[in-house]
Design a protein around this ligand. Structure first.
Ligand code: GDP
Length: 336
C-alpha cells in the first residue's frame, strides 16, 4: 500500500475543549450538546476535536445500561419511551434518548426528532433527547450515535435508550450497540410472522406486545403465538429465553414490569459474564467496521484505482473480463 505520512489520530486537548470535558463531567447539558455537535459535524477539524474529547471522557463511560428499542412506525415507541423515561426519573435515574434513523436525511425520517414527540419527558432536566444524526449512510449514523452514547454516559446519564424503526439494517446496528434489544409489536398475528421472517426475533432479548388495552384477548393470543415462535429459535444466550410481555404504553400499564425485566436481564448477564463479553465483542466489531470503511475509502481514492476503475467496470459489465480478475487487478494497486 502507498506509504502515507502518519497523521496524529488524536490531537491534545485545547483549553476550550478541556473546559468542555469538565462541564460535561459535571453533568451540564450545554457542553453535552456542543460535544455532540462536534461529533456530528462533517468537518475533519471538528471530528478531530471530538475524538480528543471522547478519549478524555473514556474513563467515565460504560456505566449506563444501554437499551435498544425497535418497532414499526405507529407501534407506540415514543409513547412508551416517554412513559418509561418518566418512570425511571421517578426512580432517580437520568435518561438519554437517542435515535438511529438513516432515512432522516432523505425524508425527514420516520422517527421525528422534534421535542413535541415526547413533550413531558423533554421538559425534564433529568432527560436528554437527541434526534437521529442525519449524515446519510447507516454506518455513519450508527457511528455518531455510538459516540453520542458514550458522551451521555460521561455526563452522568445512567440509562441510554436508543430507538430505531422496525425496518432494514438499522435494527442490527442498534442491537450491536446496546446491552438489551427490545422489540415492540402490535397485537396481530400477521405482524408476528413478519417479525420471524425478517429475522428480527433472533436478535431480540425482550418482546413487548403494545396496545394491549385495545383488545386484551388479541394481545394474549399474540403473546402465546410469539412464545411458541420463540421456542423454535435458538436463544442467543443459554441463560436467557427472551420473555414476551404485554403492555399499554398509553395507560402506562406494564412499564414497571418492563423495567424489572431489563434489570433481571442485566443481573443475569452480569452473573454469567456475558454482559462484559458482549460489550467487548461490540467494541471490537465497531473497530473492524471502521477499519473496513477506512480501507474501502483509501482503496476508492487510490489514484491508480481511480484511473483504472471505469474501464474495468465496463469490461466486467460487458463480460469481457470476470469480476474476480477485475477485483484482483484493482486490489493489486494497494501493494504499489
Ligand atoms: P411510534 O411511531 O412507534 O413512535 O408510535 P407513537 O408512540 O407515536 O404512537 C402511535 C399512536 O399509537 C399514537 O396515537 C399513540 O397515542 C397510540 N398508542 C401508543 N401506545 C398505545 C397503547 O398502548 N394503546 C393505545 N390504544 N394506543 C397507543
Amino acid at each position: 500500500m502507498e506509504a502515507m505520512p502518519q497523521q496524529p489520530v488524536c490531537e491534545p486537548l485545547s483549553e476550550a475543549d478541556r473546559q468542555l470535558v469538565e462541564g460535561l463531567q459535571a453533568g451540564r447539558l450545554r457542553p453535552l450538546a456542543k460535544t455532540i455537535t462536534l461529533i456530528e459535524s462533517q468537518r475533519e477539524e471538528h471530528r478531530a476535536r471530538a475524538r480528543a474529547v471522547l478519549e478524555a471522557l473514556l474513563p467515565r463511560t460504560g456505566n449506563a445500561i444501554r437499551v435498544g428499542i425497535s418497532g414499526v412506525p405507529g407501534v407506540g415507541k415514543s409513547t412508551f419511551i416517554e412513559a418509561l423515561g418518566l418512570y425511571l426519573i421517578e426512580q432517580g435515574h437520568r435518561v438519554a434518548v437517542l435515535a438511529v434513523d438513516p432515512s432522516s436525511s432523505v425524508s425527514g425520517g420516520s422517527i421525528l426528532g422534534d421535542k413535541t414527540r415526547m413533550e413531558l419527558l423533554s421538559q425534564r432536566p433529568e432527560a436528554f433527547i437527541r434526534p437521529s444524526p442525519s449524515s446519510g449512510s447507516l454506518g455513519g449514523v450508527a457511528e455518531k450515535t455510538r459516540e453520542t452514547m458514550l458522551v451521555c454516559e460521561a455526563a452522568g446519564f445512567d440509562v441510554i435508550i436508543v430507538e430505531t424503526v422496525g425496518v432494514g439494517q438499522s435494527e442490527t446496528a442498534v442491537a450491536g450497540m446496546t446491552d438489551i434489544f427490545c422489540l415492540l409489536q402490535l397485537p396481530n398475528a400477521g405482524d408476528d410472522l413478519q417479525a420471524i421472517k425478517k429475522g428480527i426475533m433472533e436478535i431480540a432479548d425482550l418482546i413487548v406486545i403494545n396496545k394491549a388495552d385495545i383488545d386484551s384477548a388479541a394481545a394474549m393470543r399474540a403473546q402465546s403465538q410469539m412464545k411458541t415462535a420463540l421456542h423454535m429459535l435458538r436463544p442467543a444466550s443459554p441463560n436467557w429465553s427472551p420473555p414476551v410481555l404485554t403492555m399499554s404504553a398509553l395507560r402506562k400499564d406494564g412499564v414497571q414490569e418492563f423495567w424489572e425485566t431489563v434489570c433481571r436481564y442485566r443481573d443475569t448477564m452480569q452473573a454469567s459474564g456475558e454482559f462484559a463479553s458482549k460489550r467487548k465483542h461490540q467494541a471490537l466489531a465497531w473497530m473492524w467496521e471502521l477499519i473496513d470503511a477506512g480501507l474501502r475509502n483509501r482503496f476508492r481514492n487510490h489514484p491508480a484505482v481511480r484511473a483504472e476503475l471505469p474501464a474495468l467496470q465496463s469490461a466486467v459489465g460487458s463480460g469481457e473480463t470476470t469480476p474476480t480478475i477485475a477485483a484482483l487487478q484493482l486490489l493489486g494497486h494497494l501493494n504499489s
